[in-house]
Design a protein around this ligand. Structure first.
Ligand code: HEC
Ligand code: HEC
Length: 478
């Protein structure tokens, strides 16, 4: 019996001849009440090339089913001998509990935390996650901030557009760097260039004639100039990378492309008796569904007084300087979402691993026509963000400085500008989801946002409420 169970989650069978045979999960001999997730393995082949509408929608259906599935031990959920760490790490001793709030697995389904007001949305404080990527012990049973950073669940609506913006910004920053390298070599002198892309300024790079670079003036982005749009810290590159992290962290479902034989030397790294718990095709379905999620919109209420207040508030956020970080919209050139993407490297399937990446054309989605375009025909993505990290604390306003661990070498007080689209549907607020009112979280801003926060603090309650009236029109469509 154990042999059969082991076989169920091994859709990739490698024969001695090098022949790859892809078997979809053997659904035929499963009864509907078998406590297994039938969507696993439903995407038999890795999607490749440009998908038509039908193929994309069908892939999305599988992705949604996987996002909503409550994974069971018969799917391979749980990780008795591995930790939540992003880099495959064995636990020191077998875990005592299948589910464990602090270090995970902490939920049975993605949708358990991303559900307000729709599947893929955000959630309340109760679904906070304890993020501790470098920590290599199996369990930490304390929520003390010396062990982990506590983060609130944010929403994934419009995530494909966000990743596409970040890819284009990363490409432009890389091209500024290579142009600077060439110019410095040609002119045999140091050159200093502004790292500005889509109007967002990431400081300066100085390159010397010998090709060495001074990165000390780079601001709000990693030294490799890759804009990482996901997590509130801005440290995760792609939906693919996030999905694989989340599957292991929250559910103990391990993706073959990170934990499989080719990478770790074991096809059952967590030693739960199940091999290749998530195939690359399963991950692709989840990515496709997230990448095509409808972006939030501005929805004006029927109440005329509210509309008037929202108009005043929308104007005022420019006056207070909020839009220096919360940019109303950023221009996006292409709606083609490649998966794996150009920046998927170690720990995820990469372009080099596949014959051809899949291309999901976001203009096939019914919502794409509603997005405004600029005079160049570029889609204006109304994110109210800049995909840049900013320092959020100073001596006087230190409330958002509640983390003790730096994540991926980013200073503890720096966070990526929260995209405000959808904020009218996602209370509570802040990276720890611990501000119940919008006014509170705005007044908690400090650091780089000090001048803006002070301008907001200086106006009367009524003017402050205008901003709230505006923010509450930025909705996730139920
Ligand atoms: C226990 C709650 C919980 C579960 C379960 C969960 N998430 Fe999340 N999710 C979070 C939290 C908290 C964050 C914010 C993390 C941070 O900022 O560091 C997040 C962030 C994300 C993001 C990044 C969004 C952004 O804009 O930064 C993605 C993508 C995501 N989750 C996908 C998933 C997927 C896919 C699953 C299922 C495999 C999943 N999540 C399961 C709580 C959860
Ligand atoms: C210097 C950049 C910057 C400026 C200026 C700025 N913000 Fe922010 N804002 C951020 C960052 C970064 C976060 C995420 C902070 C955190 O959670 O740690 C944020 C978070 C928020 C949130 C919470 C969003 C959520 O989903 O939890 C709101 C609301 C907000 N800002 C509104 C404003 C308003 C209104 C102004 C102007 C008065 C403003 N911000 C000025 C950078 C800025």
């Amino acid at each position: 019996m154990v042999g059969i169970l082991k076989k169920k989650r091994s859709p990739l069978v490698v024969f001695g001849t090098g022949l790859l045979l892809v078997m979809t999960a053997s659904a035929d001999n499963r009864v509907p009440w078998a406590e297994v997730t039938t969507a696993l393995g439903a995407t038999g082949e890795l999607p490749s090339g440009r998908l038509g509408k039908r193929a994309l929608f069908s892939l999305n259906d599988t992705g949604e089913a996987l996002f909503e599935a409550q994974f069971t031990p018969l799917d391979g959920a749980g990780r008795p001998n591995a930790t939540q760490a992003i880099i495959p790490t064995k636990s020191r001793r077998p875990r005592e509990h299948a589910l464990f709030r602090t270090s995970g697995p902490d939920a049975t389904a993605c949708v358990s935390c991303h559900n307000q007001p729709v599947v893929g949305g955000a959630s309340d404080f109760v679904t906070n996650v304890f993020v501790s990527e470098g920590f290599n012990q199996a369990d930490f049973d304390s929520i003390d901030p010396q062990f982990s950073n506590e983060r609130g669940s944010n929403h994934l609506m419009g995530a494909g557009l966000i990743e596409l913006l970040a890819r284009e910004m990363s490409a432009e920053l890389a091209s500024i760097r290579s142009q600077a390298l060439m110019d410095a070599r040609d002119a045999n002198t140091a050159v200093r260039r502004a790292l500005t892309t889509k109007g967002v300024a990431f400081g300066y790079i100085t390159v010397f004639a010998d090709g060495l670079a001074d990165l000390s003036e780079v601001d709000g982005v990693d030294p490799d100039l890759v804009v990482r749009p996901f997590s509130q810290k801005g440290v995760i590159t792609s939906l693919r990378q996030f999905t694989i992290n989340a599957m292991n962290h929250h559910h103990g479902m391990q993706a073959q492309e990170r934990f499989g034989l080719a990478v770790t030397g074991s096809d059952d790294f967590d030693e739960d008796g199940y091999r290749n718990e998530l195939t690359p095709a399963d991950v692709s379905a989840l990515v496709a569904w997230q990448a095509t999620l409808e972006p939030p919109i501005q929805e004006l209420p029927m109440d005329e007084a509210w509309v008037a207040a929202a108009q005043r508030g929308g104007q005022a956020i420019a006056d207070y300087g909020c839009v220096e970080c919360h940019r109303a919209a950023l221009p996006l050139e292409s709606l083609d979402f490649h998966d794996p993407g150009p920046l998927d490297l170690v720990g995820t399937l990469s372009v080099a691993d596949v014959a051809e990446p899949a291309i999901y054309d976001l203009s096939l989605m019914y919502w794409s026509d509603t997005l405004p375009r600029n005079e160049d025909g570029h889609v204006m993505v109304p994110l109210f963000g800049d995909l840049k990290r900013h320092s959020m604390t100073d001596r006087k306003n230190n409330q958002l400085g509640n983390e003790q661990l730096s994540q991926r070498f980013v200073d503890r007080t720096r966070f990526m500008t929260a995209e405000l689209w959808g904020v009218g549907s996602t209370s509570p607020y802040g990276h720890r989801n611990d501000y119940v009112s919008l006014i509170e979280v705005i007044l908690a801003h400090g650091g780089d946002a000090k001048a803006s926060r002070d301008a907001f603090a200086a106006v009367g309650k009524e003017a402050q409420l205008d901003v709230v009236a505006f923010l509450k029109t930025l909705k996730i469509e139920p």
